[in-house]
Design a protein around this ligand. Structure first.
Ligand code: VGL
Length: 215
């Protein structure tokens, strides 16, 4: 039977996995328990690929010399081990890599970056027709800097657009916590901006529960 509404209501899933890079996990700017984000990111990435959604990995991709390193230890310098993704993180050839912080800017937000082909995150998340909805999952490192900046930029971009939903993957983020409450304050700022916080389990139950069912 022809069901035009199915098409009209199509929702495209997008995962934005922010900077799950070696330097933030076991390198020069290691975030406490940063390795804990890998499993839930792998989990959501697999579900999103199964729905033909887009899996985006952002990366800090700094030059050797930048004012950013006046504030932070040297980290994620282009083409170094520390800038690479850990072996445990599953990055598929069809996934998209968005680099940021390549000039003299801090580059906290994935919305400031671009792919090697010059595509921006804004272009990737944009609904592809007037009826398409997008559901954007955000996780990674670190909660209080790049995750927050990326998620808040996405929320600002989609301000009041009912076609977009932004979901923070609650168990796939870890904070630098220069001050002990920074992570929690960042989560509050994101939820205040209309971003929903959900665990991987809640996300799978709500949006992917039929995935993996084989006839
Ligand atoms: C980040 C501190 C410095 C991040 C980047 O990815 O959250 N944090 N540069």
């Amino acid at each position: 039977m022809y069901q035009p509404t199915n098409h009209a209501e199509h929702t495209r899933n997008v995962l934005v996995a922010v900077d799950p890079q070696r330097d933030f996990i076991d390198g020069s700017l290691a975030v406490k328990d940063g390795d804990q984000v890998i499993a839930p990111l792998n989990d959501i990435a697999r579900e999103v690929r199964h729905t033909d959604g887009a899996v985006v990995f952002t990366r800090d991709w700094h030059p050797q010399v930048t004012p950013h390193f006046d504030q932070w230890p040297v980290h994620c310098v282009q083409n170094t081990e520390g800038a690479s993704y850990p072996a445990e993180l599953v990055v598929d050839p069809t996934d998209v890599i968005v680099s940021k912080g390549m000039g003299q800017e801090d580059g906290y937000s994935g919305m400031e970056g671009s792919t090697d082909d010059g595509m921006t995150l804004e272009q990737i998340v944009e609904p592809q027709n007037p009826h398409e909805r997008v559901r954007i999952f955000v996780g990674g490192l670190a909660t209080d800097f790049c995750v927050k900046a990326t998620a808040l930029d996405l929320a600002t971009h989609f301000d009041n657009d009912p076609r977009a939903t932004i979901i923070l993957i609650r168990d796939a983020i870890r904070a630098v916590n220069l001050q002990p409450q920074d992570g929690e304050t960042a989560i509050q700022a994101m939820t205040d901006a209309g971003i929903q916080a959900m665990t991987t389990q809640e996300i799978k139950a709500a949006f992917f529960e039929n995935e993996g069912l084989q006839l």
